[in-house]
Design a protein around this ligand. Structure first.
Ligand code: SF4
Length: 420
């Protein structure tokens, strides 16, 4: 559908389910769709998000805005993300800038330090700067972007889009320090001395190894190291040499499993996704599953991996039945006794989750949850005065848009704190 057709196709529903129920950051969807002046439409969008060019490309729209669109009940949903992408790309092309507020919350400028320049930190930085905070982002990497730059493959999110988006945020007067690790290059005490408030948004990308061995890899780490090599050396040659022609099993059913499978398949590996449940239960976006199939990724549904022998390059798998368990919203996999079988695999990649960096959190001396994340209250405050946290490190659902939501909401809470 062309842009004008999308505008006419949207029913402008008074109850706005797409915005209220479908969009985790409550973008004003019908309002920006029906605004014919595209510059004005972009500014409607930027009231709630500073990452529209990114979210429109990576959001799980079939489970979010498009999934609840009224048009989708009897036919195709409105292409909300296509409209958002059009407006965002148009704004980048025409250099529309994010605007500082004429009447900001902070009358007197206060200093805020953001630790971690991923989607949550970047969003918080922008919304704080719009309200007259002097923001500095500290990031351990060579580039800002966090998960966007180091976690998402470039075939899914073009690096020029990330860079242009970050540039627009920095133009609000946001400062940054790269290659700087808190606890190594600067202590939290030094930061607390210099700044009026701190927002921790350092993500949670540490691998969880449910199986171990030389050829057992973490999906998150593999993508991170690959993207680092591309940034530092401008090539992925060593990865292609390692994986080309190899048989690789990827355990998991989320978007990381799809990203890593497609990345490896593009390098010439024979990839099989091993997933305990069925297609309908897969958390990955449908389009991503389809793309993976097109790229010759094999799907082994209702298969569980029991063991992996790195030396003999052999995995032991078992088939599963799906059963309804009381209190569970999803069907649960149960191993079928005696259905074990062996499969030759050169590598096993685990894409079944990640966790925060415990030693980093310990250096901040903030309270942790039982699962090791930073504990925050409803105002994003940690147990330590001046320190706020959000995004994956505070156990938000691991998507870009949820991290962005935390960044925006935490910014509002930090502004209120700074007024006191
Ligand atoms: Fe338009 Fe669909 Fe939202 Fe209704 S639910 S306002 S049709 S995008």
């Amino acid at each position: 559908m062309e842009i004008e057709e999308i505008r006419n196709y949207c029913l402008n529903c008074p109850t706005k389910p797409c915005e209220v129920k479908g969009c985790p950051i409550h973008n004003k969807i019908p309002e920006f769709i029906h605004e014919e002046n595209e510059e004005k439409a972009f500014y409607i969008l930027s009231e709630t998000t500073v990452l529209p060019a990114i979210c429109s490309r990576v959001c799980q729209v079939s489970k979010q805005c498009k999934g609840v669109c009224v048009r989708g009940i009897r036919g195709e949903s409105v292409e909300i993300n296509k409209m958002e992408m059009h407006l965002a790309d148009n704004a980048l092309k025409n250099n529309y800038k994010f605007k500082k507020k004429k009447n900001p919350i902070l009358k007197e400028q206060k200093k805020v330090c953001i630790i971690g320049g991923g989607p949550s930190g970047l969003t918080a930085a922008a919304f704080l700067a719009m309200d007259n905070a002097k923001v500095t982002i500290i990031d351990k990497n060579e580039k800002l972007g966090g998960l966007l730059e180091y976690g998402i493959p470039d075939f899914r999110l073009d690096r020029s889009i990330i860079e242009k988006t970050i540039q627009k945020i920095l133009e609000l007067g946001v400062d940054f320090k790269l290659n700087t690790e808190v606890g190594r290059d600067i202590s939290i005490e030094e930061i607390l001395k210099e700044y009026d408030a701190v927002y921790i948004s350092a993500g949670a990308n540490e691998p969880i190894y449910t199986l171990s061995g030389e050829n057992v890899l973490s999906g998150n780490k593999l993508l991170e190291e690959l993207n680092k090599e591309k940034i530092e050396k401008g090539t992925e040659k060593s990865f292609i040499e390692k994986f080309k022609g190899k048989k690789i099993g990827v355990s998991g059913g989320g978007n990381v499993a799809m990203d890593v499978s497609r990345t490896l398949a593009r390098m010439g590996a024979e990839v099989s996704i091993i997933y305990r449940r069925g297609l309908d239960e897969m958390p990955a976006e449908k389009e991503e599953i389809e793309m993976a199939k097109k790229e010759n990724v094999e799907f082994l549904f209702q298969n569980n991996i029991l063991k992996f022998d790195s030396e003999n390059k052999e995995a032991e798998l078992i088939k599963t039945n799906l059963v309804k368990k009381e209190g569970d919203t999803r069907l649960s996999p149960v191993n079928i006794e005696g259905s074990n079988y062996k499969k030759h695999l050169d590598y096993l990649v685990l894409a079944t989750g990640a966790q925060p960096n415990d030693s980093f959190i310990k250096k901040l001396s903030v309270e942790q949850t039982e699962r090791g994340y930073i504990k925050i209250n409803e105002n994003y405050q940690t147990s330590k005065d001046k320190i706020f946290a959000g995004g994956d490190i505070a156990e938000t659902r691991k998507t870009v848009v949820n991290a962005a939501y935390d960044g925006r909401e935490a910014a509002q809470n930090i502004l209120q704190y700074l007024l006191k």
